[in-house]
Design a protein around this ligand. Structure first.
Ligand code: FES
Length: 105
């Protein structure tokens, strides 16, 4: 399944990068930018980012469950990822609205 049509990136490729990044540091906060940078790509329209975030959350949780990380460590980690992504999405939306206001003026 293609997740990013701008860069033609498949879900499986994203999951492999997430696992590789977590192998380097199991508690690293992974963002779409980190994933794309590791793939030597970058977001263009960034329309895929919400889906990439869902894949990051899903793959990070699976990674830790496969390694039998205790729930009391997984749950706060996944929550931290969600909060960070919500913060980034809010900042991205605000920046987009500011860009639209500037171009309309
Ligand atoms: S769909 Fe991924 S950057 Fe455009």
């Amino acid at each position: 399944m293609i997740v990013c049509s701008c860069n033609v990136i498949m879900k499986k490729e994203i999951e492999e990068v997430i696992y590789r990044l977590l192998d380097e540091d199991a508690w690293r906060l992974i963002t779409p930018g980190v994933v794309y940078h590791a793939m030597k790509m970058r977001g263009r329209c960034c329309g895929c980012f919400p889906n990439v975030i869902s894949i990051i959350i899903e793959a990070s949780e699976r990674y830790h469950r496969e390694r039998r990380t205790p729930d009391e460590q997984i749950v706060p980690f996944i929550q931290k990822i969600r909060v960070e992504h919500e913060r980034c999405e809010t900042a991205r939306m605000i920046a987009g609205q500011a860009r639209m206001r500037r171009s309309a003026a």
